[in-house]
Ligand binder design. Structure first.
Ligand SMILES: Nc1ncnc2c1ncn2[C@@H]1O[C@H](COP(=O)(O)OP(=O)(O)OP(=O)(O)O)[C@@H](O)[C@H]1O
Ligand SMILES: [Mg+2]
Length: 246
């Protein structure tokens, strides 16, 4: 077990924003091949800041390695090929005039020919169920559609690791189920930042819990959800009263 090499390894990561906010205060984390890890934590606990360190969008103190490569300037092109990050805010991710061009942008950048890039992009759009929107402008899409296009853009690059920051936000229930089955069918190691305990229970093999810029607990998704009561109270109460009434 200890022989396995992690695909992501983070040691002692600290980061302070320019205004003085201490967003990461000593994070140690490993992700292994084949794992799907759910990352939970309150709003503002540092989850997005953390994932932005994994492909070098932010640089803090400490060590971050991806597939054995330190995340530093000279390795960024390689690191960004290995790790696909779907942003919490899709507007930060989509920038081309049409959906198809946006999804084809990554493969083109990787050196695919135009025809091949288009083919890969169409296949990725099919995977997220949005082939029919290929010619639309990304900024005309609904929030859930944007999220799915951003995911297609990452899938088209076939990274070794998928990092998804709140992938279910704005998705309707059928799209959430579709996303869960799609992710389950993909072989990559995955790190999923989510507030959605049910989504994590359906997918993740392990969970970690962030608090004030630190990982304060780690365990099975069930253990973490139970320990932090990570299902909204109103929903739990309703479940309780329904059961009582039976
Ligand atoms: N650009 C910034 N400048 C200053 N402070 C920031 C900046 N971005 C985030 N922060 C602060 O850093 C902390 C961590 O923010 P982060 O976005 O990582 O939280 P999060 O866990 O992803 O929250 P959420 O669940 O709401 O997405 C917060 O206190 C936030 O206010
Ligand atoms: Mg966030």
């Amino acid at each position: 077990m200890s022989e396995r090499k992690p695909v992501i390894e983070v040691r002692g990561l600290r980061f302070r924003y320019a205004d003085g906010t201490m967003a990461l205060d000593g994070v140690d984390f490993r992700l292994y091949a084949g794992e799907t890890v759910a990352l939970f934590g309150r709003n503002g606990s540092g989850k997005t800041t953390f994932v932005h360190h994994l492909n070098g969008l932010l640089r803090g103190e400490g060590e971050v390695t991806v597939c054995g490569l330190p995340v530093k300037k000279e390795n960024l092109p390689t690191v960004r090929r290995k790790i696909g990050l779907v942003f919490q805010d899709s507007d930060e991710q989509l920038f081309m005039p049409t959906v198809l061009e946006d999804v084809a942008f990554g493969p083109l950048n990787l050196g695919f020919g135009a025809a091949e890039a288009i083919e890969v992009a169409r296949a990725a759009l099919r995977e997220v169920g949005l082939e029919s929107l290929a010619n639309k402008a990304p900024y005309h899409l609904s929030a859930g559609e944007k999220k799915r296009v951003a995911l297609a853009g990452i899938l088209a690059m076939q990274p070794e690791i998928l990092v998804l920051d709140e992938p279910t936000t704005f998705l309707d229930p059928p799209s959430q189920s579709q996303l869960a089955s799609l992710l389950r069918s993909l072989p990559q190691a995955k790190l999923i930042v989510t507030h959605d305990a049910n989504f994590a229970l359906a997918l993740a093999t392990r969970a970690v819990f962030f608090e004030k810029g630190k990982i304060v607990a780690e365990g099975s998704v069930e253990e973490i959800v139970e320990r932090f009561q990570w299902i909204p109270r109103t929903l739990r109460e309703r479940e309780f009263t329904t059961h009582q009434a039976e």
